[in-house]
Write a protein that binds this ligand. Structure first.
Ligand SMILES: [Zn+2]
Length: 61
């Protein structure tokens, strides 16, 4: 899966990388690794909402 021209920083092309535990989305052009929030926005916008774990509850104190 590749997201063309979707990098929030440089509008570069994003692709999904996987290792043994995680998968993350990185930009081919600038190397930016998307945060969980950015991934959610990306998937929401592209209509390809995948099976992703909900974001962790953040400690607000
Ligand atoms: Zn980029």
């Amino acid at each position: 899966m590749v997201y063309l021209k979707s990098c929030p920083r440089c509008r570069g092309d994003l692709f999904i990388e996987r290792d043994h535990r995680d998968r993350y989305i990185t930009c081919l052009q600038c190397g930016h690794v998307l945060t969980t929030t950015e991934e959610m926005v990306l998937q929401f916008r592209s209509g390809t909402w995948a099976n992703v774990a909900p974001p962790r509850q953040q400690n607000l104190d």
